[in-house]
Design a protein around this ligand. Sequence first.
Ligand code: 6PG
Length: 272
Amino acid sequence: MTNGKKIIRADETGQNSRANPYPGDVRVYGDAGQLARAAAELFVNTAADSIEARGRFWVALSGGTTPRRLYKLLATSAFSSRVDWGRICIFWGDERYVAVDDPDSNYRMTDEALLQHVPIPFMNVYRVPTEIDPAQAAAAYEHEIRHCFRVFDSVPQFDLIYLGLGTNGHTASLFPRSPAMKETSRLVLADFVAEVSSWWITMSTSLLNRGRTVAFLITGQEKADVLREVLLGPRDPARLPAQLIAPEGALLWMVDEAAAGMLSRSEERRSA
Ligand code: 6PG
């Protein structure tokens, strides 16, 4: 990745391995723009590799505000022209239970920033059907995922999953102390999140941790404290659900300097 100063792997440092044997590589970028460019390169390169290997690229996008810059970048010809959009299947790791045209909809944000501007077939975009009851929406989304992958008796494997990190340690829509974190059989869940008094639909940890590559995109000084707690603090997933993310494949923490502000300089090492 361009200019991502590599913080040594969490399991290579005494401090991490003692306090928090947490897997994954932390890569620090000068600012949110450089991070977005690296995340866009990751998308393009992972898509090319996946299509070459398996004829398809299955990706789960994150919501919120951070990834918007990435999606707008992917929509530019510099990146869009390098993607075989006809072989890509787009899902979302989570969705707010709001109408598809609601300003809070992750689908709407992605549609405006990316999907309207690239030649991806409509049938390759799998949005969460929030026009039906939350539990039915979760079940229907799980059905869509299984049928898209044609995997019915094990956990489908996304090629790339982007995630964000909330200041309270949530990721996707796995919120602190949520029973959704304990789910072991379902792939997609509907959860009423008291903290924000609304329903959210989220992929489960089983599905998220099956990912070949899982990349957190984290920017801003307001995330510095929680990022340090998640990476270097005691293991406490009930309070910090992001600590549950330990995929079979690669785990990347793509952060900007502001979000990395609480990771001590001694842990940073310029990438080779
Ligand atoms: C959502 C996301 C959520 C998000 C974090 C960070 O639907 O909001 O999936 O998990 O990634 O809350 O959000 P920001 O990028 O807005 O800080």
